[in-house]
Design a protein around this ligand. Sequence first.
Ligand code: NAP
Length: 279
Amino acid sequence: MSIDIPQITLNDGQRFAELGLGTYNLTGDAGVSAIAAGIRGGYRVVDTAVNYGNEREVGEAVRASGIDRDDVIVTTKVPGRHHGYDEAIASGRASNETLGLDRIDLLLIHWPNPSVDKYVDTFRGMLALRDEGIVRSVGVSNFTEQMIDRLLDETGVAPAVNQVEMHPYFPQTALRAHHRTHGIRTESWSPLARRSELLQEPVLTELAAAHDVSPSQIVLRWHVEMGSTPIPKSQDPERQRENADVFGFSLSADEVQAIGALERGRIRADMDPLTHEEM
Ligand SMILES: NC(=O)c1ccc[n+]([C@@H]2O[C@H](COP(=O)([O-])OP(=O)(O)OC[C@H]3O[C@@H](n4cnc5c(N)ncnc54)[C@H](OP(=O)(O)O)[C@@H]3O)[C@@H](O)[C@H]2O)c1
């Protein structure tokens, strides 16, 4: 049985979904079958990156899934070592080859790496790929409000998506408000806080019992209520199904407020994009 995950429209008119599939660590044949199972189960947004080393697996999974390629929205990311105008163009072309899906639906800058100071040129290179038709939508990941403002000032283009760490411990309230003013879709990475102690928090286990769902489903429904697209990763088709099955119930304003009391910060304090850089 496939779950119907609602779709949305990005600020550039392209389609996206209210929930997607993370693929970090899903590699090799087991990765291909896990990702294909997710697509068959209803996931239509699939998140990969050059640095996950599994673009080939993602492409193969889309082809193996039996779902029309045009119904799947594949995201990949330009790594830090490919920052720069020409480098970003070469990076996007190489990802497109590796995926083997004719185009990249959404291309993100993986980390801004502010000390390198090349993210604006990188974004310009990605816009050139969009003009060429290799890429449908361009976006960013781990960008702050100020970095988004700089892209807007220097290129006149708002990213379609900003994929950032977000979960009940770190709800990104100010950043999401900034996104709303520019029509940028928030996408939540590590939406389950990487299965940390989050799923044992009493407020979540109590809400799970009240709604007859799991704590993971309460957390993922919270992302939907926040207007952010969570991309939970699971290698297991049963947990994938559980994670996608969050559109048959909703949380009240009081319940959302109760979850808000969990706020305490990032999973790892050293992952602040002002200082954390990845190549
Ligand atoms: N842009 C960035 O810088 C960035 C950074 C980090 C992550 N990401 C993306 O975001 C995706 C998701 O983040 P993440 O993988 O870090 O963390 P996550 O999705 O919050 O958590 C994944 C972990 O939770 C387990 N899990 C999944 N569903 C579960 C359920 N229903 N009940 C119990 N455990 C469950 C998974 O194990 P099983 O697989 O065994 O189910 C896995 O160990 C990544 O895969 C990647 O695509 C992006």
